[in-house]
Design a protein around this ligand. Sequence first.
Ligand SMILES: C[S@@+](CC[C@H](N)C(=O)[O-])C[C@H]1O[C@@H](n2cnc3c(N)ncnc32)[C@H](O)[C@@H]1O
Length: 413
Amino acid sequence: MDEGTRATYAQPMTSARPIEAPTARLVIERVVAGGDGLARAADGRVVFVPSVLPGEVVEVELGGMKRDFARGRVLKLIAQSAHRVAPCCPAVSRGCGGCDWQHVDAPAQLDLKVEIVREALRRTGRIAEPDVVGGGGVDPFGYRTTMRFAFDSDGRPALRRARTNEPVRLDDCLVAHPALASLLADLRVHGSDEITLRVSVASGDRTAWCQSPTGRIGGLPPDVRVGAAEHLVEHVDGVAFQVSAASFFQSGPAAARCLVDAVRNACGNALETASTVVDAYGGIGLFAATVVPASASVVVVESNASACADALVNLVGRQARVECTTVEGWKPEPADLVIADPAREGLGATAVARLAATGAQALVLVSCDPVSLARDATLLRDAGYVAGRTTVLDLFPQTHHVEAVTRFDKQHQ
Ligand SMILES: C[S@@+](CC[C@H](N)C(=O)[O-])C[C@H]1O[C@@H](n2cnc3c(N)ncnc32)[C@H](O)[C@@H]1O
């Protein structure tokens, strides 16, 4: 549960009231952004509870008590949801925080995400009846072709325990693509906090990149190419993409394809008439090379040098320019259509001002955080853009992570 979610749901109280009982029996009202369940204690205080589902009745130990909210740790499940399943990964019971929704059956995960986005748009975005639909997703396991791992004190790969920095060692990972998961058992890294592993579904090529240049890597098979400049080629929607180890790529090519389809649908008729498109936070040029028609010119705005270098390669032969800068620092130019896919914090006021200054009639926003989406929706509304349909995708099954694609149209005065 992040700060935005806490601020959205917690009711300010005039004085800090002690909660008498350290335990409570609670009914989970809903699941909120960040993945926790929300319930209300007898004194009205909001309680956030991890690993629960709407309608479940739980006995919790209350902790982390603040003036306006508390956290609950489940001691006993008294009534369970029909959508509850037993987590199939042994690392979950050892505390691995990578998959916080393994207790939810696969179809219910997307439904919950749709509800979370709808609620964020209602509460934070102040949209009375948001148009939010589910748009599908990727296979529930084996989908991640890029993953970042931490290390334990023996240099063995790990993911972090939920809400801590504590590493939980992994010899396998069920959401990782098998060609990536197979690297974990022998991998050892010393002198670096994290390593990014990536595999190409198209070619089987694999890369590894230690964030710290002093990192010493052992135990990788000889086919794995190591270093920030190493790249592989991945295919999405019939296009071959160069992806360098230090560049962003979606959770896998299936996720990238899902997103391309959703962005294309959201752009809709705007693609037929657009002669200039801005692909903001464009990464390696994923949307510029797939969604944008070859007849249109496209400007990719991207701050990461590695991704910009990839985009230049991936957009050869297209009417494309890559601006290697932040969106906030970019000098806006006229455009008919904007596609924007910011990081978790969303656009924010300055980026909204830059994108609105293009004068684009339509703006398609890809959001990976429901509260950021809702905040951006209010900023865009103030800048003259009205929210249309939001399509929610499940590109990170077994986790609370959400991907949402929203079309905004410029209002005519
Ligand atoms: C969620 S990724 C999306 C990339 C691309 N659209 C894709 O789907 O592959 C966000 C991208 O924005 C870039 N980025 C982060 N902050 C930025 C900023 N302030 N201005 C421009 N690009 C930024 C990151 O380097 C990353 O490539």
